[in-house]
Design a protein around this ligand. Structure first.
Ligand code: EPU
Length: 414
């Protein structure tokens, strides 16, 4: 990409395939019959999830450009193989549904990845509290349960994945389950609403206490996947970096409140519209400190992009990453573009420079890759982000979306 004029125009935010859709596809395993999911644009991780569901025995078909049907009527093989789990961490989301539906599950143990160690101890202890026996052998989680029982769990940390697995395991359990210190991300609220449409009794999703009353039967439902708040926030930051004025449709202020507050402190003006958000960038952003936290705090999935924005803001800022322990690898790539950024443990100090300089850089993960694309918008000359396939895991077409608002970005085939 090359830097140019400020951004201008209207963008429709894509459906949140990666962080909302994949979880609902996994939950479709709970109900024999056909589930229909819409507003599900294809991203890299979706291919892995559909491969996984097929290998489990579901029939997965596309019935429109963004409409997927999952038929989980037949006999299921409750296993998630190593090669798929290593390609996509959200594979762990089949553990709860498979255990609930089949009474057993064998899921390859996910390892760490490019953003940190990513343990799953809370998923496993929560399922054990519901009566499952779990062994980890030869790199696989082997879980068995002759009928799960409702239980009260207090999560040590509001983990998104653990909340999702406990939610999907408990909807068919005997009795009531309470998840305390539950994750409050909008994707959890959407998953709970989807489960309720399937006949589940879930209340409190979106708050720290979720209560689930087990039901005997779940039936397939339909779902319209929400707009991707991470894509929306990425576009707001692109506008902050490149300058200009954009409008986003298909998103909601309440999903992005902390980002909007912080961008406001950085000098942007962001207002809700009937169907989304309007944003205008100042001549130059101002530096503010950022600390990531679970929702409704400043999401870790915006940390790399805001660091890119801070690298050209006026002043110095401290960025603190509280959710993942290895998410700062990309700062060395930003530094290759002339950013003045230093990382020590969970903190980075960013001193804004007037202008970055375009360079070849490498994406280590989806959000770091997006951050480097954004940095390229503020860099003199051309920036080439290698390993762009990481970006494709979460954004259906980041380059195309940015082009619709006037950015000079293209996706080069590898
Ligand atoms: N953790 C544990 N034990 C557990 C579970 C989590 O120690 O049993 C720790 C993790 O190691 C991590 C922290 O808790 O340090 C947060 O993990 P969480 O379980 O909340 O994250 P996740 O479910 O693995 C999802 C998103 C991430 C997003 C996080 C936090 C998906 C597919 N992934 O991951 O998305 O950053 O929640 O909001 O929904 C991304 O989109 O770029 C991305 C990484």
């Amino acid at each position: 990409m090359r830097s140019g004029q400020g951004l201008e125009g209207v963008v429709k935010v894509s459906g949140a395939t990666k962080n909302a859709g994949l979880k609902q596809i996994a939950a479709a395993l709970l109900a024999p019959g056909e589930t229909v999911l819409r507003n599900l644009p294809p991203v890299g991780d979706l291919d892995v999830m559909t491969d996984l569901l097929r290998s489990i025995g579901a029939v997965v078909t596309w019935t429109g450009p963004e409409e997927l049907r999952v038929n989980a009527s037949g006999d299921l093989t409750p296993e998630a193989p190593y090669d798929l789990v290593t390609r996509m961490r959200a594979s762990i989301n089949v553990l709860g549904p498979l255990l609930a539906r089949c009474g057993e599950a064998r899921v390859a143990m996910p390892g760490g990845d490019n953003i940190g160690s990513r343990k799953i101890d809370m998923h496993l202890s929560g399922l054990e509290a519901m009566g499952a026996t779990i062994e980890v052998r030869h790199g696989f989680i082997e879980a068995h349960a002759d009928g799960l029982l409702g239980a009260r769990h207090v999560l040590e940390f509001p983990s998104v994945g653990a909340t999702e697995n406990l939610l999907t395991a408990s909807v068919g359990a005997k009795g009531s389950t309470v998840i305390e210190n539950a994750a409050r991300e909008p994707e959890i609220t959407e998953l709970a609403a989807f489960l309720n449409r399937m006949g589940a009794h879930v209340v409190g999703a979106g708050s720290s206490t979720i209560e689930i009353e087990g039901v005997d039967e779940l039936t397939p439902a339909e779902s319209e996947i929400i707009g991707d708040r991470i894509e929306a926030g990425t576009l707001l930051m692109a506008c902050g970096i490149a300058g200009g004025e954009i409008e986003l449709t298909g998103t909601r202020l309440e999903h992005l409140e902390m980002v909007v507050i912080k961008l406001g402190e950085m000098g942007m003006r962001v207002s809700p519209t009937p169907d989304g958000l309007w944003a205008r960038a100042p001549r130059r952003l101002r530096a503010v400190d950022i600390a990531t936290l679970p929702h409704p705090g400043f999401a870790t999935d915006f940390m790399p992009q805001v660091t890119a924005a801070l690298s050209v803001a006026e002043g110095a800022a401290i960025v603190t990453e509280n959710v993942f322990d290895g998410r700062f690898q990309f700062v060395d790539e930003l530094a290759r573009m002339g950013a003045d950024v230093r990382n020590e443990g969970r903190h980075a100090v960013v001193r804004g420079v007037e202008r970055l300089s375009g360079a070849p850089v490498r994406a280590f993960d989806v959000r770091a890759g997006a951050a480097l694309v954004l940095a390229g918008l503020a860099a003199e000359g051309e920036t080439i982000v290698h390993d762009g396939h990481h970006i494709d895991r979460g954004y259906p077409d980041l380059a195309g979306t940015l082009r619709t608002v006037g950015a000079d970005v293209e996706r080069l085939e590898s």
